[in-house]
Every structure is written in C-alpha cells, then in structure tokens.
Design a protein around this ligand. Structure first.
Ligand code: PMV
Length: 333
C-alpha cells in the first residue's frame, strides 16, 4: 500500500439472530417491523480495508483478493456513494474484504461484511462517529449488520426512524456457557435472498401481524433469559423464533421455504440428541443450514452425531465474539 494513501483496516464478526428480524417497514432505510436479539460470533468474521484513492479515481471492490466486476459490486459501490453523500466526503475508494469463515459459504454473512465496511469507511475518512452512529451506518448496508458493531449479546431496537433504529449491547462479555455449532448443509447460493423473502412475506402473509406482535414479546423474554443466565429458556425461545420465521415463509403467496431434505434430518437429529439427554436447540436463517446452540461440554457429542447422520456436511463450532476491532489506520498525515 502506498504510504500516502489514507487507509483503515477493520475486523467485524458475524452475528446470528436468536430472535429473528424478518421484514422491513421501510426498505430504503432498512427499518425493521420488529426488534431482534443476536449473539456475535468469534470465529466467523470479515476483515475489510478502505483506502482513499483521491478525486480522479473510481471506487473499486476486491473480495478475497479478486476484483469484483462493477455489476456484482454494485451493492457495495452504491453504499460507499451513499455514505460519501451523507458525510460530505468525496473521491474514489478501494474496498478490500476478506471473509474468514471455517466453511465455504454458509456463514459468510452480510452482517460482518457491512459492519466492517461501515467502520473501515468511517476510520479511513477519520469521521468522528461513535458506535451508535456506526450501527446506524451498518444497518443501511444490511439490517443484520447493525448488530455486529457490538460483541456478545446485542439487541437491535426497531425504532421509528433512521436515528432511532440502532443496535445496543445487552452484554458484551457474557458469562453464559453458550456455543454455536454450524452445520453447513448446502453451500450453493440461496434461491431467494433475504430481501426478496422478507418483502414477499410482509406483502402477502396473512400471519405477518401475528409475527410482529409475538416477536416484540419474544425479544423481551429473550432479554430476561439472558439476564437470568437461563440457557434452556434462551434455546427454546431461539428455536421457536426460527420456526416461526420459517413457518411465515410457507404462508406467503406464493409460499416458499429454505428447507432442504437434510434440513429436516438435522432438525430430527437435534430432537434425538435431546431425547438422549444432550440439551441443544437449533436456529436457521435465510438458507438451509442449521446452527445448533448448546453448552460447551456437549459440542463434541453434537458434532459426532451430525457427522454420523450427515457425513457430507461441514461442521464448525464457535462461541461469543467481540464487536468491531480496528486493525490499522493510516491517516492523511
Ligand atoms: O439483514 P439481512 O439481509 O442479512 O437479513 C437477515 C435476516 C436473518 O438472518 C434471517 C435474520 C436476522 O435477524 O439476522
């Protein structure tokens, strides 16, 4: 890197929602219908650098070492242009991002990507923003990203406006013994993006109002479970929120599902593990992969059981991760 180019490098960790966000009230501002609660993960993260190239250059995006053609990079490039307009800054920027996930695609999440991008952008331009403002910026890139600014347990308060729809930490250094084991069933691109899936559900499912009222209550119950250190309550609430979200998809018009045959096998495996005295719960996002919540003492048994039942899947376990971390910053000097 040219030593005169202002540049910042940031790491942001992916998060998994325990109480899901599924539906936007305002698509442009990415304001959700409901609040959500998540867990930031340790081993799944993105590292992103933003370099300021100067006025005569176009912005460019590199992912895992390769330049992404502008058409595919448009979501990132549009985001950069919108942030530049908002903060009154200009010039071409180079975004270089690396995904660090112990599996090919299942956990390469937009939550870590846009949290890292927002923080690297702000640091490269030396903008005076706090973590609340960073959360707002990250949300504009991808809703779930607003939660990855913080570590541990995090709540995204739905709010009513751009300024008030932000994440807040619930407990950045949880003492709860909680592990997440990701079971990667399928690595191919998902058939329906989260944006499209949410839109269809909001517009067509007669059950959507029920989801909204239940999810607000579920967030409150989840916060109480976290405060009490109650793993059983947390697991039951998380599994039910995922099932409610996926049930909603079936009730859209036309209905759809992210489930694959192996998803059902994985759910049954969780049931069998519980019957055998291994307490665990599953959650799922906009794809067929299952994430199992358990205490650390049960992780090996859970992995072994899944390896026996679904030999082709990739499995990786992790626990709580931190919020955004600044790896380097080189100013205008
Ligand atoms: O913000 P997005 O587009 O990454 O949507 C996330 C949606 C879910 O992962 C399914 C739920 C959530 O709250 O993260």
């Amino acid at each position: 890197m040219d030593s005169h180019v202002p540049c910042a490098r940031v790491r942001a960790h992916a998060n998994i929602a325990l109480i899901k966000y599924w539906g936007k009230k305002d698509a442009a501002l990415r304001l959700p219908f409901t609040s959500s609660v998540s867990m930031t993960l340790d081993d799944f993260y993105a590292e992103t650098s933003v370099s300021l190239l100067g006025p005569s250059r176009e912005s460019e995006f590199f992912l895992d070492g390769s330049r992404v053609p502008d058409q595919r990079a448009s979501r990132v490039l549009k985001y950069i242009a919108a942030m530049q307009e908002h903060f009154g800054v200009t010039g071409g920027v180079r975004v270089e991002s690396h995904n660090h996930v112990p599996m090919s695609a299942g956990l390469a999440s937009s939550s870590s990507a846009f949290a890292a991008l927002a923080a690297a952008f702000a640091a490269a331009y030396e903008l005076d923003v706090n973590r609340t403002e960073l959360s707002r910026m990250a949300r504009l890139g991808s809703g779930s990203a607003c939660r990855s600014i913080f570590g541990g347990f995090v709540k995204w308060q739905r709010g009513t406006s751009d300024e008030t729809s932000i994440a807040v930490p619930i407990d950045e250094h949880p003492s709860m013994d909680l592990c997440l084991t990701a079971i990667e069933i399928d690595t191919t691109a998902k058939s329906m993006s989260s944006t499209e899936g949410m839109k269809r559900v909001v517009e067509t499912s007669p059950y959507y109002p029920v989801w909204v009222s239940r999810t607000e209550a579920d967030c409150t119950a989840m916060e109480a479970a976290i405060a009490a250190g109650d793993f059983t309550r947390l697991g039951k609430l998380a599994q039910q929120s995922a099932l409610d979200m996926h049930a909603l998809n079936l009730t859209a018009h036309p209905g759809f599902t992210y489930f694959q045959p192996s998803t059902i096998t994985a759910m049954r495996t969780v049931e069998e593990l519980n019957s055998a005295g291994v307490e665990c719960y599953f959650t799922m996002d906009a794809g067929p992969n299952i994430k199992v919540l358990s205490r650390s003492e049960n992780v090996e048994e859970i992995k072994n059981r899944f390896r026996a039942v679904l030999p082709a899947v990739t499995i990786a376990s992790t626990s709580f991760g931190p919020g955004v971390e600044y790896l380097s910053q080189q100013g205008k000097g």
